[in-house]
Design a protein around this ligand. Sequence first.
Ligand code: FE2
Ligand code: FE2
Length: 228
Amino acid sequence: MQRIRELSPELHDALGRALAVFQLGEAGEGRVAHEAARSDAPFLDAALVECIDLYVREEGRHARELLRVLRAMEVEPLRRTPAERLFRWTRRALGLRQKMLTIAVAEVVGVVFYGLVHERVACPDVAAVAKAIANDEAAHLDFQAALFAEILREASPAWRALACAAFFAVGAGAVATVAIDQRAFLRAVGCSPAELGRRCLHEVTSRWPLEDRGAVWASLTRQDALAA
Ligand SMILES: [Fe+2]
Ligand SMILES: [Fe+2]
């Protein structure tokens, strides 16, 4: 990728920081695959463990593609940010199901963020990478919806309600964190916090009810759907 010079200084700085934060997040999910491989959770079979491994590897590819964009923008990658630390600590404190739930929330935010970059950043190289990653994240979110339909299939109504409440609580926290942490980027691309929230909610409600995702689940157990 050639050097990216066509962005305004304001957008360059805000986008560079936002992409650096997301690049860090993409690079940090490797433990989940190891944990899934060692888990004896009843909802995990060999095909699903392999899907999770491929899923995590695809996130690693996103991290590498974003690193390429950062270099083309001449932006230094980040090592650690408060938002990334919070997300990482939250995941490590949780079991596999809850960990997948926090990753599902990250997918919602990711689909919306990369979609905004694709739609509103007038730089073909950046927009093309963002569009490709947004498409992958949408498939990941379909996978998560199917996974949670499977996990919740045998759960009692009370557990289902609790899981949904937890998802929306973590989701609201994640949207608020992005609205604050990425306010410069959101302002630069003309996205208000309310629009950010609406877009995230749409990504969830368009995959609801989870029970209807059986066909997606079947297709996403194929390696080619998530191959890195
Ligand atoms: Fe990703
Ligand atoms: Fe993803």
